[in-house]
Write a new protein. Structure first.
Lengths: 404, 240
């Protein structure tokens, strides 16, 4: 039986994301950059960070620390577009991307080595895909746990390739204790006890940590010992979208159907390549006269081309048009199609036989309950009609047969 | 070198069992049950043990649209992601399957118990636990003011040891305000963890209602620090 590949997690980190995006948009600016919003720093470039400016600092204080900095107002929609593109670029190389916040994402790097010459080659492929897609250099750390991967990503120099960590605990041992998620009071008490490195903290017995610093310090203690079981969860990056602008506004449904079929096919191809299933299709149209409309259809699991096309036809036929106009008024100027609720087509296999045994045991228990109480007491939910927008018809509860 | 204390400890363990006595510096597996993550890292951090305790009773207290249903659905999804089976005790006969699927709950590992009367929901839950239980049992919904639940005290006294034996986690969704909870009810006593959910704001996208912001406060915690809280952004299923 082939052995299970060791867990590997990559962290993609762009410090001062907003400033990095602005730098890529305006390469001619040589001065330090500060992107601000609501009187606070949203993003600081590396030069400004070297002078002590941090994200979230009041703008006035940041200007005092970095007097030569150029101030730019934040353009959040633009940053979100760049972040979305970046995640899509990274997703071409991994089955799971977890977007934590703009500038920080985790990628599942487990078992990818057979597809690439080495882990370094995989990391370089991710970094170059990101650079090509959005023109921003990122740091990439690869380790067994999220905690170490993030610290490695912070150590990695943007543009210098990925930083690989093989022994998580050894990597953490000499680092300062402030690298762990400990509050200021705990750090102060650790310093009083002479605990200044992660390795010293990790050497403490677990019960002693709980008693001395409270149970909330146990997470940091586990991480210090290289135990960070948090998996990469790709739910936050669960949509794919495409947009089309009409040079001449579309007046009839046939044109929309044709374009949507094309967009849908491209998106489905993307899905199958990543082994994902889709649950919703959302269509948004912008009318030439102004205003927009958004409609969505439930697709269920495993939507193929014919099913998606049927749903899209249904959506187009259901468009109401701009307010105060008959039909679509002056026509549709732009449409975008998004597939949302993406999940892995095949779930994670945890433990085949244990899971099956548990399920069978519970099924037997529930059948006995149905026999003892009433057959209609124990119900099995199922999807009844996938395409209907009416919730009452979409699902059904079927009685579990009593044990004979 | 073996001291007199070591010898005494060994004798007590031999006579009364392995967990009868221990040094405080030794880990106590029974005191720290494993936790089921809620799906919200901020809440898991506030709970101190990384989630809700397995094999115990957790109560989610709140009124109306306070996010209990979404939190329960997220718990169910987390249990299933770890290979667990979920049983939904639908005492109020209003299970929202769309909400459950929205949070990633799969139907293969979900069964719904729907009693003819709310009072039978407690009996069904006890019978289920007596037969081995399930990884997560969601009891939706307990109303402390409802006369149908007057036998709650006796039922919880029976259920609590069964939970420990079967490693099942029982979560009650309670329709009440934590500050105006009727006195003398058994559930707050038997619950290891009590979370108060309160709606703080709606999330809108244009004119569309997209979800709500809920404040979840830890009002009782036998295994960790009480008083923590987390603010959660809970998205509703998009309408079709």
């Amino acid at each position: 039986m082939p052995s299970r590949p060791a867990r590997r997690i990559a962290c993609l980190l762009i410090a001062g994301f907003a400033a990095a995006v602005e730098r890529a948009r305006h390469p001619e600016i040589g001065a330090p950059l500060l992107v601000h919003e609501g009187g606070r720093v949203l993003g600081a470039c590396s030069q400004a960070r070297e002078q002590g400016v941090r994200e979230g600092d009041p703008l006035q204080g940041a200007r005092a620390r970095c007097p030569g900095a150029l101030l730019l107002p934040a353009d959040r929609p633009a940053y979100e577009v760049v972040w979305g593109k970046l995640l899509l670029a990274a997703a071409d190389h991994t089955p799971a991307v977890e977007a934590v916040a703009p500038g920080l994402a985790y990628l599942d790097a487990t078992g990818l080595v057979p597809l690439y010459p080495s882990e370094t080659a995989w990391g370089e492929a991710v970094l170059s895909a990101v650079q090509r897609a959005v023109g921003v250099s990122a740091g990439l750390g690869i380790a067994r746990t999220k905690c170490v991967a993030q610290l490695a990503a912070a150590d990695a120099q943007p543009g210098q390739g990925p930083l690989l960590v093989q022994g998580d605990r050894a990597f953490l041992a000499p680092r300062p204790l402030a690298d762990l998620p400990l509050d200021d009071e705990t750090l102060r008490r650790c310093a009083l006890l002479g605990l200044r490195t992660v390795g010293r903290f990790a050497a403490l017995p677990r019960p002693a940590v709980a008693e001395q610093f409270g149970p909330e310090a146990l997470t940091a203690h586990d991480w210090a010992r290289g135990c960070d079981p948090r998996p990469v969860q790709s739910r936050l990056c669960a949509s794919l979208s495409r947009r089309h602008s009409f040079a001449v506004p579309a007046q009839d449904a046939i044109a929309l159907h044709a374009i949507l079929a094309e967009l849908g096919a491209a998106l489905l191809q993307n899905l199958s390549r990543r082994g994902l299933a889709v649950r919703w299709a959302r269509l948004r149209v912008r009318y030439e006269r102004g205003g927009s409309e958004s409609v969505a259809a439930w697709l269920g699991n495993g939507a193929g081309q014919p099913k998606l096309e049927r749903a899209l036809r249904w959506l187009v036929d259901g468009l109401q048009g701009p307010a105060g106009a008959t039909g679509w008024g002056a026509g549709v100027s732009e449409l975008s199609l998004a597939l949302t609720g993406l999940e892995p087509l095949a779930g994670v296999q945890l433990d085949l036989f244990a899971h099956r045994a548990d399920r069978l045991r519970l099924e037997g228990t529930l059948r006995r309950l149905a026999q003892r109480h009433a057959p209609a007491t124990v119900l099995r939910p199922q999807v009844a009609v996938v395409d209907t927008p009416l919730l009452s018809r979409r699902y059904a509860l079927r009685a579990l047969e009593a044990e004979t | 070198m073996t001291t007199a204390l070591d010898q005494a400890l060994t004798q007590i363990r031999t006579r009364y069992g392995e967990g009868a006595i221990r040094r405080l510096s030794e880990p106590d597996p029974a005191a720290m049950p494993t936790a089921l993550p809620t799906g919200f890292p901020a809440l898991d951090r506030a709970l101190g043990i990384g989630g809700i305790p397995r094999g115990r009773i957790t109560e989610l207290v709140g009124h109306g649209s306070a996010g209990q249903g979404s939190l329960a659905a997220s718990l169910a999804a987390q249990a299933q992601q770890r290979g667990g089976q979920v049983v939904y005790v639908d005492a109020c006969r209003q299970v929202d399957l769309d909400l459950l699927t929205h949070w990633g709950v799969g139907f293969d590992d979900l069964r719904v118990l729907r009693p003819a009367q709310p009072s039978l929901a407690l009996t069904l839950t006890r019978d289920l636990l007596g037969e081995g239980g399930a990884d997560l049992i969601l009891f939706d919904r307990y109303d402390p003011a409802e006369p149908a639940y007057r036998d709650m005290d006796a039922m919880l006294a029976e259920v609590t040891p069964l939970l420990g034996a079967t490693a099942s986690t029982l979560v009650f969704l309670t329709e009440a305000d934590a500050s105006r909870y009727p006195p003398g009810r058994a559930l707050p006593y038997y619950a290891t963890l009590r979370l108060h959910c309160q709606q703080m704001d709606w999330i809108t996208e244009g004119l569309t209602l997209a979800g709500l912001v809920a404040q979840v406060a830890v009002i009782k915690h036998k295994l960790g620090p009480p008083g923590g809280s987390a603010r959660l952004s809970l998205r509703m299923p998009a309408d079709a």
